[in-house]
Design a protein around this ligand. Structure first.
Ligand code: HEM
Length: 551
């Protein structure tokens, strides 16, 4: 029985706060309850209404009750309090669907070599010319608060603020991508990121997908090698991977793959070193970059490009647009372009890095860009991702604003910036509105690429036997594969062994021996100190999903 409204049965706190008007009438709400924010809304509303209606009656209350009533009035006429409580909860925007854990800095790009023979893009023309840039680094599959010391693809996104608009070049720490058709994107993101049930990273789904789609193999090999764990963002090379088309003033075209080469030289952490650092500092890569710039040891990369002419392209015996494979030695030559230097830390991470929107479809005249399917898929998804994450006017956010931009895009959610003031908002018009850019010199002849759809394991074999330069590196590579195989469900492990056998018999035998030794060691450790701390074999994964479940 409620002692206050008598006709009700409950005497619970819940009832009093939400339903019992008599309780609200007779109880002045204690101050600490309000400050703790524990007071439920109906009582508050009633309490305030009562005070407004019966203000005269307040003077007849005891001094204690007057204090409490005043407290309520003061708090709710306090705009600072209202602003504080009603804005804090809006401080987050969605994190990037991939590459959420990142950092960045400002700097410049300086042209060191004349490449006007290949492109008339203003940004790459005129030796000594400097163009401001913002650069963001990230870990491909880590969430925003994740670790920078896991074996993962690292990314580097560069926005050149050129006089002809923004040029965004997005690069990875490995020179091949995992697949070549954009429809596979979601599968990779799901399999390489968190399991939908456990919310844990799940090596079973990773290897399941890789063995069912062996095209992933070479990218996985790069990750398992020393290249999968560089010693910080400053010490890694990065690769935009796609084959870009460039055109010069005469309408001639060349096909190039850009490479950013760190001036510090590549260096790596072993898995054990990374684990030891991780125990103390999840932000090791971010800290290293920030401190270096802060102490004026500016990180720098040489930008160069591997080049093939249209004539060369026609002669090669592989698909040079295939992002899952390297160009073969002897089929291209390398041309230096310039230097990328990072010399200014951001003053505000959210403003300049979290809100940065790098879109590989942001190209400039003289760089028509890549022509492969994957790139076409990317031309859609980055824009869509950024519309979702930052809003459709994200190009008006300071860090994304081109030095030069004229547009017919209008209105919508802020920021709208100057909203093109009174410029005509339709095209064509007779009042000097902007004219859509058409690259008159771009050659329109189409290239037809004929390729087999057979799975080609030769790049994986080549990687193991030639790119891993010595036995010690091969040993570390095998140890990393073994480590990641231990928690994987046995049928999937069998498929991994089969795939490795097809790639290179010696490799598969070494992995098998290492895997069996690791299992034996795990069992021995379990016997020595039962129960095992983590029953890794029993980590649930999608393998438990029933075949006929339709829900
Ligand atoms: C050669 C292949 C690829 C490269 C070099 C690449 C590079 C990058 C880089 C550097 C970032 C980080 C951007 C940042 O720091 O804000 C990124 C993010 C992203 N990538 Fe890729 N990527 C590749 C393939 C793909 C594919 C195939 C897709 C999907 C079709 C994709 C979708 C995304 C999305 C949605 C983001 C987050 C964008 C955002 O929210 O701002 N990427 N990628």
């Amino acid at each position: 029985m409620c002692h206050h409204c008598e006709d009700r049965l409950e005497d619970t706190v819940e009832h009093k706060e939400s339903a019992c008007s008599a309780w609200a009438e007779h109880h002045c709400v204690p101050r600490n309850v309000i400050e703790d924010g524990n007071l439920s809304r109906p009582v508050l509303v009633r309490a305030i209404m009562r005070i407004e209606e019966d203000w005269d009656a307040v003077s007849s209350l005891s001094p204690d009750r007057i204090m409490d009533q005043k407290c309520i009035i003061d708090l709710f006429s306090n705009q600072l309090l209202i602003d504080t409580l009603s804005t804090l909860d809006g401080e987050r925007i969605p994190e990037r669907v991939v590459t959420a854990k990142g950092t960045g800095a400002f700097g410049y790009f300086e042209v060191t070599h004349d490449i006007s023979k290949y492109t008339y893009a203003a940004v790459f023309n005129g030796v000594g010319k400097k163009t401001p840039v913002v650069v963001r680094f990230a870990k491909a599959f880590q969430n925003k608060g994740g670790s920078e010391l896991v074996r993962d693809i690292k990314t580097m996104a560069v926005k050149f603020y050129t006089e002809e608009g923004n040029l965004d070049i997005l690069a990875l720490s490995i020179p091949v991508f995992a697949f070549k058709y954009p429809i596979t994107t979601r599968d990779m993101n799901h399999a390489f990121m968190r399991n939908p049930q456990t919310n844990m990273y799940d090596l079973t789904s990773l290897y399941d997908l890789v063995t069912l789609r062996p095209v992933f193999g070479q990218a996985l090999f790069w990750l398992m090698s020393d290249y999968g764990m560089p010693n910080g963002y400053r010490r890694m090379d990065t690769f935009p991977i796609h084959t870009y088309e460039l055109s010069n003033r005469h309408g001639e075209r060349h096909y190039v793959r850009f490479n950013f080469r760190t001036e510090l030289g590549f260096s790596y952490l072993t898995t054990a070193e990374a684990a030891a650092i991780q125990a103390l500092d999840l932000d090791y890569f971010t800290r290293d970059l920030y401190n270096a710039i802060d102490s004026r040891q500016y990180p720098a990369w040489k930008l160069e490009m591997d080049v093939m002419s249209l004539h060369d392209i026609e002669k090669v015996d592989y698909n040079p647009f295939d992002v899952t494979r390297l160009w073969k030695n002897g089929t291209f030559y390398t041309v230096p372009i310039g230097r990328l230097v990072l010399n200014r830390n951001v003053k505000n991470h959210f403003r300049d890095i979290e809100q940065a929107a790098f879109n590989p479809a942001n190209l400039v005249p003289g760089i028509p860009g890549p022509v492969d399917y994957l790139f076409r898929g990317k031309s859609i998804i980055y824009r869509d991702a950024q519309n979702y994450r930052l809003g459709r006017n994200h190009n008006n956010i300071l860090v994304n604003k081109p030095l030069y931009a004229k547009t017919y895009v209008r209105d919508g959610r802020p920021p709208i910036s100057l909203n093109m003031r009174n410029a005509p908002n339709y095209y064509p018009n007779s009042f000097h509105g902007p004219v859509p850019y058409v690259d008159e010199k771009r050659p329109w002849k189409k290239l037809r690429v004929l390729e087999s759809n057979a799975i080609d394991l030769a790049p994986m074999w080549h990687f193991y036997n030639y790119i891993l330069e010595d036995e010690a590196h091969r040993q570390r590579f095998i140890a990393n594969i073994v480590l990641t195989l231990v928690p994987v469900t046995p049928p999937v492990v069998q498929r991994v062994m089969k795939l490795l056998h097809l790639v290179d018999q010696g490799l598969s035998e070494r992995v098998k021996a290492g895997y069996e030794a690791a299992l034996t060691a795990q069992q021995a450790a379990a016997l020595a100190s039962p129960p095992p701390a983590i029953p890794s074999r029993r980590v649930p994964s999608a393998q438990n999903y029933p075949k006929h479940d339709t829900k």
